[in-house]
Design a binder for this molecule. Structure first.
Ligand SMILES: Cc1ncc(C[n+]2csc(CCOP(=O)(O)OP(=O)(O)O)c2C)c(N)n1
Ligand SMILES: [Mg+2]
Length: 285
């Protein structure tokens, strides 16, 4: 999307919905926002159909405010709870077939770099744990092996939430869920470690309960993907509906499980990415 396309034609302006005019005029497209801008500037997503207390919805708002250049960002989503909200985000996004998101993002990134050789277009995959680490694992891994310059963000609610609660590879061992009544039989997949060994130059596992770390890891991941290589951010977003947590307490669970060591937080930056971020002055954030 370019600024000239998003700016309303003065002759038609009065016919445009207020929502659209607000997005263009009230700094939703401002570059390099701070996470303190959340709630102050016009947001790229203000309404969504997700459940009350949904940690995924909160993390999506944090991701959107962290985009270094929203106008030139294209989101690639996948089927799942996030896709219900992504359709209402005020920037370009593509809905891929469940699990195919990193393959679609690969084609898109390559096509954009041919079509706009002098412009940076950030391609950011946003998908659930089932889409990223189970059914789409092949596509996720191979985009990393090929060193595609895209960012992959996983909303890790540790379950197939949208289909009523089946276990995913990211569900912890022993967890009983609606459609795994005997409890999960094997351990949670260590995706951050897999991302690192598969060639990602920036890898972070963060919790939605720490907004600043979600913001800064998404920002670093997108910047590194521009110049260095693939990047991965995994956000812990426990699902109140499936885990039967009170809506008002969902964010507390996101904090407590990290404090109790049940959800490991980590960050890996490759030497090249570290050098690059240092030169950009991004490492102190
Ligand atoms: C090709 C394909 N396979 C299966 C499905 C069914 N399906 C829809 S959403 C979903 C679960 C998504 O789980 P996850 O990726 O963790 O996202 P969440 O809903 O938890 O946010 C599944 C299996 C589908 N829509 N398309
Ligand atoms: Mg999920």
């Amino acid at each position: 999307m370019s600024e000239s396309i998003t700016k309303p034609n003065p002759y038609f302006k009065e016919y445009l919905p207020q929502e659209y005019k607000d997005i263009v005029e009230k700094e939703a497209f401002k570059k390099n926002k701070s996470f303190l801008d959340l709630g102050v500037v016009k947001e790229l997503l203000e309404e969504h159909p997700l459940c009350a207390g949904c940690n995924l919805a909160l993390s999506l708002k944090l991701i959107l405010v962290a985009l270094p250049n929203p106008e030139d960002t294209i989101i690639v989503g996948s089927t799942g709870c996030s896709s219900l909200a992504l359709a209402q985000v005020g920037i370009h996004n593509i809905h891929s077939l469940f699990g195919n998101q990193n393959a679609v993002a690969t084609g898109l990134k390559r096509a954009l770099s041919i079509r706009f050789p002098d412009k940076v277009k950030d391609v950011v995959v946003m998908a659930g744990d089932g889409a990223t680490a189970d059914i789409g694992l092949d596509m996720t891994l191979h985009s990393w092996f090929r060193k595609e310059k895209i960012t992959t963000i996983m909303f890790d609610n540790e379950i197939y939430a949208n289909t009523g609660g089946q276990e995913s590879g990211m569900t912890p061992c022993g967890r009983v869920v609606n459609m795994a009544p005997k409890g999960k039989k094997f351990s949670k997949i260590n995706m951050p470690e897999i991302a690192k060994t598969s060639g990602c130059d920036y890898v972070a596992a963060v919790s939605v309960a720490k907004p600043k770390s979600v913001f800064s890891s998404v920002r670093k991941a997108i910047l590194v993907a521009r110049e260095i290589g693939p990047t991965y951010v995994q956000i812990f977003t426990p699902c109140p509906t499936n885990l039967k947590i009170k809506s008002s307490e969902a964010i507390i669970v996101a904090e407590e499980k990290v404090k109790q060591g049940e959800y490991p937080i980590s960050e890996y930056i490759s030497p090249q990415a570290e050098e690059y971020l240092k030169n950009l002055g991004e490492l102190s954030q």
